[in-house]
Design a protein around this ligand. Structure first.
Ligand SMILES: *Cc1c(COP(=O)(O)O)cnc(C)c1O
Length: 403
């Protein structure tokens, strides 16, 4: 079966190919609507959404809290620009600071890459004032596609075609504290790290790596920037991934799950990093707009009010245990934490697993040739998780067989 083997999806895919840049290729499914953790394609086929728009749809699809908050806000005041302030952005900043439990200040953006762009500008300014000229990031890291964030991105296949970049970034192997220590001198302005590498394949570092990174940055006087664009807002069963090692970064970037599907990002500076930007240093017409801020508040309120952090830990453990219990020649194991996992394969057949899962009614993401990402809505139920685990052996059989 080919993708879009049904009439409406097929027609949409042809029009997509004609009207849109080839950037994304033609995606394999045309989605039409969603409810909870289920989505339906343009031909009415139902899927269990095990990827949540890449760890974005925290509350699933059509959640009444999100629908209500966004509908009310768009009808009340959709946009102000930053020429005028509004209550939702102030409330959201205060809510985030309350969750972080450390003195800090927030700057809102519209996306993840813009949050990192802000963090990089902040770090450049911090460095200039102190004679610090270079940055450190990890090999295989992903920090975004705009030029500043791309300069920090260690994945060479997406960085190299657009270089050289006007910032000096030195890359170290992820998870190696000694390599990090050697790379960070008193001329280093900032170290950018994901608490677990997302796009590299949901790869956690060894225990203690973030604590070591904190100590190394403190000793050298460099800023530690935690890119939690994918890992935060309950994804791991904690509000923020850096909190499970008890490490407080100097700068924290957020996006993906924060808006529950509405575009919003945040760059948060702690301590001295909170006041590096002076009036006029940075800006965004849409950043922190009222509708996205209202959406994010609904996400945070619902995670809190419905006990979703605990729920993520419970169903995430069920999902990981269910996968671990499957004995299959194509399955090497599972990596990750909470509802943020990678199925690790024994062969480069992730694309085949994604296609077989789709045919069986599950949306997953072939993240690396041998790793399949699972990042379902935080509201996914135990029985939905069980249905995926039950279907997985047959999906793996099919993926192992196709040529
Ligand atoms: C997705 C992601 C980004 C980029 O976010 P966009 O909203 O796609 O620009 C940056 N860093 C990490 C860790 C991500 O997962």
């Amino acid at each position: 079966m080919s993708p879009h083997d049904s009439p409406n999806g097929e027609a949409l895919a042809r029009r997509f190919e004609t009207a849109l840049m080839p950037n994304y290729g033609v995606p394999p499914v045309a989605l039409a609507r969603g409810e909870g953790s289920r989505v339906w394609d343009a031909d009415g086929r139902r899927y269990l959404d095990m990827i949540g728009g890449i760890a974005v749809s925290s509350l699933g699809h059509g959640h009444p809290a999100l629908v209500g908050a966004v509908s009310r806000q768009v009808a009340t005041l959709a946009h102000t620009s930053n020429l005028f302030l509004h209550e939702p952005e102030v409330l959201l900043a205060e809510r985030l600071l309350g969750l972080l439990r450390a003195p800090a200040k927030v700057l809102f953006t519209n996306s993840g890459t813009e949050a990192n762009e802000a963090a990089l500008k902040l770090a450049i300014k911090y460095g200039k004032e102190r004679g610090r000229t270079y940055f450190v990031a990890a090999e295989n890291s992903f920090h975004g596609r705009t030029l500043g964030a791309l300069a920090l991105t260690g994945k060479r296949s997406i960085r190299d075609p657009f270089g050289p970049f006007p910032v000096d970034v030195r890359f170290v192997p992820y998870g190696d504290a000694d390599a990090l220590k050697n790379a960070v001198t008193e001329e280093c302005a900032a170290v950018f790290l994901e608490p677990t590498q997302g796009e590299a394949g949901v790869v956690p570092p060894p225990d203690g790596y973030f604590t070591a990174a904190r100590e190394i940055c403190d000793a050298a006087g460099a800023l530690l920037v935690a890119d939690e664009i994918q890992s935060a807002i309950g994804r791991t069963g904690h509000w923020f991934a850096h909190q499970y090692e008890g490490v407080v970064p100097d700068v924290l970037t957020l996006a993906k799950g924060l808006g529950g599907g509405l575009p919003i990002g945040a760059c948060i500076g702690f301590g001295a990093a909170a006041t590096v930007f002076a009036k006029g240093d940075h800006g965004s017409t849409f950043g922190g707009n009222p509708v996205s801020a209202a959406a994010a508040l609904a996400v945070l309120d619902t995670i809190d009010g419905d006990g979703l952090l605990e729920h993520v830990r419970t169903v995430g453990a069920e999902l990981a245990a269910g996968i671990t219990a499957i004995d299959h020649p194509l399955l090497a194991g599972v990596r990750g934490r909470g509802l943020w996992l990678a199925l690790v394969l024994t062969a480069e057949r992730a694309a085949q697993v994604q296609a077989a899962a789709q045919r069986a009614g599950f949306l997953v993401n072939a993240l690396q040739p041998d790793a399949v990402r699972l990042a379902p809505p935080l509201v996914i139920t135990s029985s939905e998780i069980a249905s995926f685990v039950a279907a997985l052996p047959a999906i793996l059989d099919e993926a192992a067989d196709v040529r």
